[in-house]
Design a protein around this ligand. Structure first.
Ligand SMILES: *Cc1c(COP(=O)(O)O)cnc(C)c1O
Length: 360
């Protein structure tokens, strides 16, 4: 197989060793001479996968005992709705920060449930920054934030000090930096950015705050029911959970979240240094709110687009086109992307600069 530098925004790169182990388990799982995906989810070996995945999440993020770990279906997109359904009381309110496409969708779904107030937004400037210093009413049931804005390339440099518990969509930066879980009512993240294949969503739920909404919640949307059934109320997505477990194990062996945080900082520093140095490119977002996961940038002069695109494709780089709603370029540097891939992209940007200056 030819070496490809995979900067895809999601689904995205996973460690090679994880893909190899996952493919083996599809054929012969745990030496049972059966595939992982053709046996009962209640079998001892599959229950052990679920438990190991949950334990790894607990260990890697230091999740306190009053939180439960669930692997559910429906994506982070269903989480937008269930977050409010499970934590917003019938006559209470919740406050949201609008930092882009995903935050907007979270707001839209939560409004179907109850009373939502948007306390801050960066829509006035193309979602190029993270709002700061906004007021969070102490009588809200929760504050909802999107910690990393995958499409625009912004990330909260610090989590806001909040008088109320936070609910966070961490789909695109979970396990990339340490998290103080006890600040949160709930954390959710689709697997397909830093953890595994699409098909499961991680929920880390504070169980002390459940059961206070005064609503009747449909079974599949009810966190408490999923807790009671140990995340196996119905058939769980066994394969995505298995691959997530392998990725979390890979991360643990690497030294855990503090170790990957360092590597991620190194990758982001190299990427942004080139964006800032190279006169042919300009970064999209406010410097202080730059995402360490998704670096967004544009060509200063779009007439060079064809040349640049042909050069990075030639160098085995894949997936750096910006989101269809924003355009430009986006280099996603998730946990599994090696520094070497960032260096390859930086090299192409430098060679591109040379070519353009020779032409001029
Ligand atoms: C990708 C993404 C989502 C959507 O996740 P699905 O699992 O496809 O529903 C939500 N929020 C953020 C921040 C994302 O990056």
């Amino acid at each position: 197989m030819k070496k490809v530098h995979n900067f895809s925004a999601g689904p995205c790169i996973l460690p090679q060793e994880v893909l190899k182990k996952a493919s083996e388990a599809v054929v012969n799982f745990d030496d049972l001479n059966l595939s992982l995906i053709e046996i009962s989810h209640r079998s001892k070996n599959v229950v052990a996968v679920m438990e190991k995945a949950q334990n790894l999440v607990r260990e890697l993020l230091n999740v306190p005992a009053n939180y439960e770990i669930l692997f559910l279906q429906g994506g982070a997109s269903l989480g937008f709705y269930t977050a409010a359904l499970n934590y917003l009381s019938k006559d209470g309110k919740a406050v949201y920060v609008n930092t882009g496409t995903w935050a907007k969708k979270a707001i839209k779904e939560a409004k179907l449930v109850g009373n939502i107030e948007v306390v801050a937004s960066s829509e006035d400037d193309g979602f190029k920054y993270i709002p700061k210093g906004f007021n969070i009413p102490a009588d809200a049931d929760f504050l909802h934030i999107t910690t990393n804005n995958t499409i625009y390339g912004t990330q909260y440099p610090e989590i806001p000090k909040s008088p109320v518990p936070i609910i966070a969509d961490m789909s695109s930066d979970i396990f990339s930096r340490p998290v103080n879980v006890s600040d949160y009512a709930m954390i959710y993240a689709g697997a397909q950015k830093n953890m595994g294949p699409a098909g499961t969503t991680l929920f880390i739920v504070n169980k002390d705050l459940l059961g206070k909404t005064g609503r009747t919640i449909p079974s599949m949307l009810d966190y408490q029911l999923h807790i009671d059934k140990e995340s196996m109320y119905n058939t769980p997505p066994v394969f995505p959970i298995y691959v997530s477990m392998l990725t979390l194990d890979w991360l643990k062996n690497l030294g855990g979240v503090p170790a990957i945080e360092k590597i991620n900082a190194e990758k982001a520093a190299a990427m942004y240094a080139e964006i800032d140095r190279n006169p042919l490119f300009v970064g999209y977002t406010a410097v202080e709110d730059r995402s360490k996961m998704n670096a967004t940038f544009n060509l200063v002069d779009d007439t060079h687009k064809e040349l640049f695109d042909s050069m990075w494709k030639e160098a085995g780089i894949s997936g750096i086109n910006g989101h269809r709603s924003v355009g430009g370029y986006r280099a996603s540097m998730y946990n599994a992307l090696p520094l070497e891939s960032v260096q390859a992209l930086v090299k192409v940007m430098q060679e591109f600069e040379e070519k353009v200056s020779v032409k001029a």
